[in-house]
Design a protein around this ligand. Structure first.
Ligand code: MN
Length: 386
């Protein structure tokens, strides 16, 4: 008999959410049912997804669209909710086994915490949750006995390399980075970068926020902090190496000198499929990797001078406490401003650095103080932009 899995997706209309629904449709070895789907603004796609996948409920964060959704889904026995508080509520759906957290940014924090409290297995695609509140999330997972399976390709790779290996065998983690569209460029040539240049990633098709993060190398910085929490390791034992082809998704160096890596085409469907199948492996219909397609794999040191964000993230990782929360909040604000052409590409890291220096340090922030620090940082970053 096929295994039955009930899944809920937070952020189903984004890049990860839509690919997850494809994985679910294409997977023949697991009998998936979709319990809930949520979207921020894209109600049209949410309606299409609901008609196809027939969830028990859908949530639209932007309340303005609720009536249209209700009208379109009338008679389908799908409950329709709106608002941020409904995101937290929907994860409580009793039948749900796995919650895929594919929201963007800080908004993923509260629903993820609630899903863990309800004992749901977490497939984590919202790295900002761990960046902001890693300590809180990981101790909550421990307390509730909830597994957290990474969907981020680098972390999925490391997670796979670590299967069957105790912590004491690990020397260091090696995160690979494509380098983004501006790899090899120096600061001077990045002065007049346009939004469309930054949105043009060489290897990966992703949402706008993470694509800008990849161009500025903040994505890799956030991933260092994410890895630190997921794998309980100090940032000092995490290396970043630029690997332009994005074939080696990341690796682990063990104490005997062996390196174990995970490889594949740059396609998020594989880490999504793995996270949803875990602890088993299930066959997939994804294209089989052929080494002969990639006779040359290259490796370079990241350019910390040009891409200051990577150094800022390591600094935040080493300082800990509230600093990663400040880094993340400032970053979310500057990206929005860059996308709206209110600030330049290089200005982004200056403002983040400024916020990290100015916001008061809290050693062990609880959820309430994280929410306050997030707000305070957003306010400061916005005023610095003006
Ligand atoms: Mn990644």
């Amino acid at each position: 008999m096929k295994k039955k899995v009930n899944i809920g997706i937070l952020g189903s209309t984004g890049s990860i959410g839509t690919q997850a629904l494809q994985v679910i449709s294409e997977c023949k070895s697991i009998d998936y049912s979709v319990d809930f789907l949520t979207a921020n603004n894209n109600f049209k796609l949410l309606i299409q997804q609901a008609i196809k996948h027939r969830p028990k409920s859908v949530v639209i964060a932007n309340e303005a669209h609720i009536e249209e959704i209700k009208k379109q889904l009338k008679g389908l026995d799908i409950s329709v909710y709106s608002g941020a508080s409904s995101l937290e509520k929907v994860v409580e759906t009793e039948t749900t086994n796995i919650v895929l957290t594919a929201l963007v940014g800080f908004s993923g924090l509260k629903p993820t915490i609630n899903a863990i409290k309800c004992g749901k297995k977490i497939a984590l695609a919202n790295k900002e949750t761990l960046v902001v509140a890693g300590e809180l999330i990981m101790s909550l997972c421990k307390k509730e006995g909830v597994p957290i399976i990474p969907v981020d390709s680098e972390h999925s790779a490391i997670f796979q390399c670590l299967q069957g290996e105790p912590q004491r065998h690990v020397d260091s983690l090696i995160l690979t980075a494509s380098g983004g569209p501006f790899v090899g460029k120096k600061r001077d040539s990045l002065k007049n970068i346009q939004v469309r240049d930054a949105l043009n990633h060489p290897n990966w098709e992703m949402g706008a926020k993470i694509t800008i993060d990849s161009a500025s190398l903040m994505n890799k910085g956030l991933e260092v902090i994410e890895a630190m929490w997921l794998f309980d390791i100090s940032a000092k034992n995490i290396e970043v190496v630029v690997h332009r082809q994005s074939i080696i998704h990341s690796a682990v160096r063990f104490i005997d000198g062996s390196i174990v890596a995970q490889l594949g085409y740059p396609d998020m469907k594989l880490p999504i499929h793995y996270a949803l199948s875990f602890p088993q492996r299930q066959p997939s219909s994804l294209k089989k990797f052929d080494f002969l397609d990639y006779p040359n794999l290259s490796f370079e040191e990241p350019d910390h001078k040009t891409f200051k964000n990577l150094s800022l993230a390591f600094l935040a990782a080493n300082k800990g406490g509230s600093v990663p929360c400040v880094l993340n909040a400032a970053n979310e604000v500057v990206i929005q401003a860059f996308l709206e052409e209110r600030i330049s590409f290089l200005k982004m890291s200056d403002i983040i650095e400024n916020c990290m220096e100015k916001i008061n340090f809290v050693k062990k922030p609880d959820l309430k103080s994280l929410i306050d620090i997030d707000q305070e940082t957003r306010f400061l970053a916005n005023s610095l932009i003006k």
